[in-house]
Structure formats: structure tokens, C-alpha cells
Design a protein around this ligand. Structure first.
Ligand code: UDP
Length: 209
């Protein structure tokens, strides 16, 4: 089990969001990685709040994450309107990049799951360029057949993965993480949606505003 969250959890449009800034969130993830506790990380933006209102399974999967980031500005605006002291937006991709930097520094074993095969290959190449010496212990595209899943889970564990990034659509990735986390030994499992596409350079990230 993960260490207790040092920050409160708010509810916005029925979705959980943790009231924490970037550095606190990163420090929480780091501490749990060092202690080998498992933390599942989810991201919430306006589209996901709407999706979760119609999809209880998605809402539950987010609730089960030990850390839920306010990934969209609309969440920050909604928090302000509701008087919730949410300090800032934390884009999932920024957290992923910060974690990769830590992985490079501390030699954490990283596994990437998701995106199209060619995109994933470009993502891996780009990450090697950005964080030279980083230990990517495995990668698997996100268009596998269901009967391949047991082998994929075995690969993740056999590689002694410490950080697993899951780039699938919504609600696929949230439900995937919720369902399979108990079978995975990684200390950090983070759902990142289109971030691999952004890192590979085939999709632009959302504008700052
Ligand atoms: N994806 C995948 N397998 C699938 C469906 C989607 O690997 O069966 C990948 C897709 O290629 C893309 C990511 O999942 O890289 C979805 O990104 P999106 O921005 O749609 O995620 P969301 O914003 O819904 O979290």
C-alpha cells in the first residue's frame, strides 16, 4: 500500500482531484518509489469529468488512484468557483517528463505501454535522446489482442518495472490500470493518454492557457 496522501482530495463534478502542487505531487511519487509502494496516478480534465458522470466505472477507477492530477485549466477554474484551494494545473505530460528525468537520475526502470507501434518507437527514441542513459526496460504498443495481455503483464514484471506509463484512451487506460495494478509490481503506474504522441512529435500538446 502507498503512504497516506499528505494532501486533501476534492470532488469536482463528481470526480476526485487532489489539492496539491506540482512539487508536492512529485515528492509524494518519489517517496513511494523509493519505498517501493505502489501509487496509481490519474489525470482529470473537463472531458474526463463529463465522461465520468456517465461512466461510474471510470469514476471508480479514478477514485482508486492514490494521486489524481488537475490536468486541465477548466478544473482549476471550477475549483476557484467552488472555493477549493487547488494551487495549480498539473499537466500529466509535465509530470511524466519530470518523472522521466528522475528515472534518468536514479536509474529507475521504465516501461511504456500504449500508442501505435510506430509512434511508440519514436517515443522511445525521443526519450533516449532527451534523457540519455535512461533505463527503458520494455515497451508495448496499445493495439494488442486481449489474449496477449497475460504475456504483456509478465513482461512488465519480469523487467522489474518501477515506472509504468499507460497511454491508452479514456476510459480504457483508467480501467486497465485499476484492473491490472494488483498483478503489477511497479511502484508507479500512471495513465498518460496522448502524451506518447506528443513526445513523439506527432501531436501538439494542449496550449498553456
Ligand atoms: N490508444 C492505444 N490503444 C487503443 C486506443 C488508443 O494505444 O486501443 C492510444 C492512442 O494511440 C493514443 C492514446 O492511446 O496514443 C490516446 O490518447 P488520447 O489523447 O485520446 O487519450 P485521452 O485524452 O482520452 O486520455
Amino acid at each position: 500500500p502507498a503512504s497516506p496522501r499528505p494532501f486533501p482530495r476534492a470532488t469536482i463534478g463528481g470526480c476526485p482531484v487532489d489539492v496539491a502542487n506540482f512539487q508536492e505531487s512529485l515528492a509524494f511519487l518519489e517517496a513511494n518509489l523509493r519505498n517501493e509502494n505502489q501509487v496509481k496516478v490519474g489525470c482529470v480534465n473537463a472531458a474526463k469529468v463529463v465522461a465520468a458522470q456517465k461512466d461510474e466505472r471510470l469514476r471508480q477507477a479514478l477514485e482508486a488512484c492514490e494521486l489524481v492530477l488537475a490536468d486541465g485549466m477548466a478544473i482549476v477554474w471550477a475549483a476557484r468557483a467552488l472555493g477549493i484551494p487547488l494551487p495549480q494545473r498539473i499537466a500529466g505530460i509535465d509530470m511524466m517528463l519530470a518523472l522521466l528525468e528522475n528515472a534518468q537520475r536514479r536509474s529507475y526502470r521504465v516501461f511504456l505501454l500504449g500508442a501505435q507501434e510506430s509512434v511508440l518507437r519514436q517515443t522511445v527514441e525521443k526519450i533516449h535522446k532527451l534523457y540519455s542513459g535512461i533505463n527503458i526496460v520494455g515497451f508495448q504498443h496499445g493495439y494488442y489482442f486481449p489474449d496477449e495481455l497475460p504475456t504483456i503483464l509478465e513482461q512488465i514484471n519480469a523487467a522489474r518495472t518501477q515506472m509504468l506509463f499507460v497511454a491508452l484512451g479514456t476510459p480504457q487506460k483508467e480501467i486497465w490500470i485499476d484492473e491490472h495494478a494488483p498483478q503489477i509490481q511497479a511502484g508507479l503506474i500512471m495513465g498518460v493518454g496522448g502524451s506518447f504522441d506528443v513526445i513523439a512529435g506527432i501531436r501538439k500538446r494542449a496550449p498553456y492557457w
